[in-house]
Design a protein around this ligand. Structure first.
Ligand code: AMP
Length: 286
């Protein structure tokens, strides 16, 4: 595996590989890798001739007062994990090269970004779509892998790729969870042991909702009330949002049907966690 920091070098290698008829499979991340990221890399390994992983903590998707500075970073640890699952090229550009002086072009997806994280983190998705569009232009992948853990992000990136005719196949993969059900996240390391225990309320809430729906409940308000009540039992949990939305439009649903997804964003102490579950599916196993 090679580590590449120079943007032009990365772009030229990718163009050359494409020219040789190789299939490029790409996994964009912010690093501090865990099994969720590795599941994407393994899928990329199976789908492509060249696997490219990017690690870039993208400053433009963090708002003022968010955790850009304290976001966990460890490139040498990440490189070892990426190498072990067969990554070919690890692209780790510098922020000053991605956003040089004078940078002034933004990619913005409307509509889908108005709800959920788009509402609670103004400007977040503008940063995400801009950086993913830039990364797609640098790497020029045939296929790119994203996690369903960031359900809205996946929908927004699919929309951007379709709207801008980007020649990339976007694939979404299931949420990888810890043994006790907590969705894996780079931010989990910031939880104290007691907060780590409280964070299980998100998955408990999901299980509660899934069980209610399985028993025939179709009223979103009643399901949401039960999830909210469970999460509010934890002293350090602060609900950012808990909503039931349509899996394609991401607008709120009053009645639970085959398109209903439960989405949660909860702060446990200073750490913001997100999770989701498609209510048309079975109760998730951790
Ligand atoms: P991040 O480094 O958090 O920006 O995530 C990079 C990619 O990994 C995104 O496509 C995420 O959706 C995905 N990802 C993060 N956590 C998980 C997880 N627990 N399961 C599956 N995919 C994940």
């Amino acid at each position: 595996m090679e580590i590449i920091t120079d943007i032009q070098d990365m772009q030229q290698r990718c163009l050359a590989a494409r020219g040789e008829g190789k299939r490029l499979a790409f996994v964009p991340t912010m690093g501090y890798l865990h099994e969720g990221h590795l599941s994407l890399l393994r899928a990329a390994r199976a789908a492509g001739d060249v696997v490219v992983l990017s690690i870039f903590v993208n400053p433009t998707q963090f708002g003022a007062g968010e955790d850009f500075d304290s976001y966990p970073r460890d490139l040498s640890r990440d490189a070892e994990m990426a190498r072990a699952v067969g990554t070919d090229w690890l692209f780790a550009p510098r922020a000053s090269a991605m956003y040089p002086a004078g940078f002034s072009t933004w990619v913005e997806v409307e509509g889908l970004t108005g709800n959920l994280c788009g509402a609670s983190r103004p400007g977040h998705f503008r940063g995400v779509t801009t950086v993913v569009c830039k990364l797609f232009n640098i790497v020029q992948p045939h296929v790119a892998f994203f996690g369903q853990k960031d359900f809205q992000q996946l929908a927004v990136i699919r929309r951007m790729s379709a709207d801008l005719n980007l020649p990339v196949e976007v694939r979404g993969l299931p949420i990888v969870r810890e043994a006790d059900g907590l969705a894996m996240s780079s931010r989990n390391v910031k939880l104290t042991p007691d907060q780590r225990r409280q964070a299980l309320a998100l998955f408990d809430g999901i299980r509660l909702a899934a069980a209610q729906v399985k028993a025939g409940e179709r009223d979103s308000r009643r399901v949401l009330a039960a999830v909210r009540e469970r999460i509010q039992q934890e002293p350090e949990a602060r609900i950012d949002y808990i909503q039931v939305c349509h899996d394609e439009t991401l607008s709120d649903l009053e009645t639970i049907g085959p398109h209903a997804v439960l989405l949660l964003a909860v702060r446990v102490g200073a750490t913001r966690l997100i999770d989701n579950h498609h209510l048309g599916e079975e109760i998730p196993e951790p």
